[in-house]
Design a protein around this ligand. Structure first.
Ligand code: AHR
Length: 536
């Protein structure tokens, strides 16, 4: 896994310069062309997902109004504060698989009068542990959470066991102006006279599985019915169910079937704003868990994580055959690592798992892929924000910790709303061991964006052994006036934040040496770094 040194002589260097070449040598060079900045990186790419599943809503977010745990009207205060701190742009709710069994009326009205209902995740609970849905967290509580955080709501509607009417009524309940419909009056009586203004609507979830076991063509028919008469108090942004991107074949058949099913339909025209690709870096069928792994497990997760780029490109190509102008963009509303069980926070906290430095680097390379495809991606939502798979937070009773993944969300904030800057990386690939066999992994991966003459440059060094000395160079003129850096790393690849040691993995300052059109840093092994370069 040793790095080959990437040697570079400065432009015009002659024999004299060659004498001091080793002093100038860098392991890697990153060339940026800010003059050719491209599409805006939608802040919604840094979005979230919360579901009525295990300990996500109940305990993770909703602690109840009478709780001793610091809360704002029943919502965990530390969760609100941290989500605000990272500028969480959106929240997808109520599922996931739960969404296609959820009937929104169960979650409104006096809390004491709400019914106890079946939760889809009941079948996954361990013996003796129930998942009965108490409906204490419904649309009003969700909207309060969104307002507290400053996040845009993204509501997944029930297609699997609902009806177009139930969907349309929910849209009216959320969006009809006060004093218009009876549903608006009802909303007012339940505490919110002003409309919620929900724009993002998921038309079902995973309709190829828990959302209805449909084929792409069958779902296209349902989709058309669901959107035909939607009330338009707010111009809705419809998100159609997309493929199971982590399937062996990438599930390209779903995308073909769905878009083909929308063709040649008479009527007013069928709009698909977002197409919900799901991609889990899926290790459920292996012995890999979230906490204990070796070098093979480290590299296997990063290698499989990077595969999302091919999945995006493959489906984009298919979509382009039906939608030449690419009006439909991706909403990658579930992504993250999924290990086999064994590291849950407790029996009721199903699907929760340990998050380590490995997951932080996976988050970074995923965000770099998303940034590099900013033209294709309208939104993405990590699965899921708290007490679940790829979580930023663990919260059990009064215990609370930010995982290493949280810090990457924080470090990548400057990319939100920036313009993508073309980046060329020259670094030798690493040959790395996987769970079976070996593969090549980019020696350095990253992305760059520009906002207000400040360059945000994110860089990951996946090597477990070697540091990388790296030069970032501007192409096409311009100079770097000032540079600052932050790095997230740890001596142990399995390092994690626990309730007892919540800051074991935390970012520190990274020295940046600036000179003319270049900035130099040394990336430690196992590290993600973000540079803030102010242009002269
Ligand atoms: O995020 C956990 C589950 O994974 C979601 O409920 C479902 O949509 C997906 O299969």
């Amino acid at each position: 896994m040793r790095r080959r040194r990437f040697l570079r002589t400065t432009a015009g260097a002659g024999l004299c310069a060659l004498a001091s070449r080793s002093a100038l040598a860098d392991d890697a060079e990153v060339v940026l062309t800010p003059g050719q900045a491209g599409p805006t990186i939608d802040p919604h790419i840094y979005g979230h997902f919360i579901e009525h599943l295990g300990g996500v809503i109940y305990d993770g977010i909703w602690v109840g109004r009478e709780s001793k745990i610091a809360n704002v009207g029943g919502i965990r205060k530390r969760f609100v504060d941290d989500m605000k701190r990272i500028g969480a742009p959106n929240l997808r709710w109520p599922g996931g698989c739960f969404a296609d069994g959820y009937h929104w009326r169960d979650g409104i009205g006096a809390a004491s009068g709400r019914p106890r209902t079946y939760n889809y995740w009941e079948h996954r609970m361990p013996e003796g542990v129930r998942a009965t849905e108490t409906n204490q967290f419904g649309i009003h509580e969700f909207m309060r959470l969104c307002r507290l955080v400053g996040a845009e709501p993204y509501v997944a509607a029930n297609v699997g066991s609902g009806s177009p009417k139930e969907f349309h009524d929910w849209v009216s309940y959320c969006n009809a102006p006060a004093g218009t419909l009876a549903l608006a009056d009802e909303r007012g009586k339940n505490g919110d006279p002003e409309p919620f203004g929900v724009k993002y609507w998921g038309v079902g979830n995973e309709s190829w599985g828990c959302g209805g076991n449909m084929s792409g063509g069958e779902y296209a028919t349902e989709y058309r019915k669901y959107i035909a008469q939607v009330p338009t108090y707010v111009r809705p942004y419809f998100v159609a169910t997309g493929p199971r991107g982590h399937s062996a074949d990438g599930d390209v058949g779903w995308t073909e079937g769905f878009f083909a099913g929308l063709q040649n339909v008479r009527g007013l025209g069928v709009r698909v704003d977002g197409f919900a690709l799901h991609y889990y870096t899926d290790f459920r069928q292996t012995a890999e868990d979230g906490a204990r792994f070796d070098a093979r497990g480290w590299y296997a997760v990063l290698h499989k994580g990077l595969h999302i780029e091919k999945v995006i490109e493959d489906h984009w190509r298919i979509m382009g055959r039906y939608d030449k102008e690419h009006k439909t963009r991706f909403v990658i509303d579930e992504w993250g690592n999924w290990y086999r069980g064994g590291t849950e926070l407790g029996p009721a906290y199903i699907l929760s798992q340990a998050m380590t430095l490995r997951d932080a680097l996976h988050t970074a390379i995923t965000f770099d892929v998303f940034n590099r495809h900013a033209d294709k991606i309208a939104m993405a939502n990590v699965a899921q924000t708290v007490n679940c798979l790829h979580s930023l937070f663990a919260a059990v009773g009064d215990k609370y910790a930010r995982t290493p993944v949280y810090h990457v969300f924080d470090m990548y904030r400057p990319h939100m709303g920036g313009h993508l800057v073309p980046m060329r990386v020259q670094a030798a690939d690493l040959t790395v061991p996987l769970l079976g066999g070996s593969a090549k992994l980019p020696g350095v991966s990253g992305s760059a964006s520009i906002k207000d003459r400040r360059l945000a440059v994110s860089l990951t060094n996946p090597s477990l052994e070697d540091a990388v000395s790296l030069v970032v160079r501007l192409e096409g003129g311009g100079a770097v006036a000032e540079g600052k850096g932050t790095v997230l790393t740890h001596a142990e690849m399995t390092a994690a934040n626990t309730f007892d040691a919540p800051d074991a993995v935390a970012p520190t300052a990274l020295p940046v040496r600036v000179s003319g059109d270049a900035a130099r840093v040394t990336l430690p092994p196992r590290a993600v770094a973000c540079l803030d370069l102010r242009l002269a």
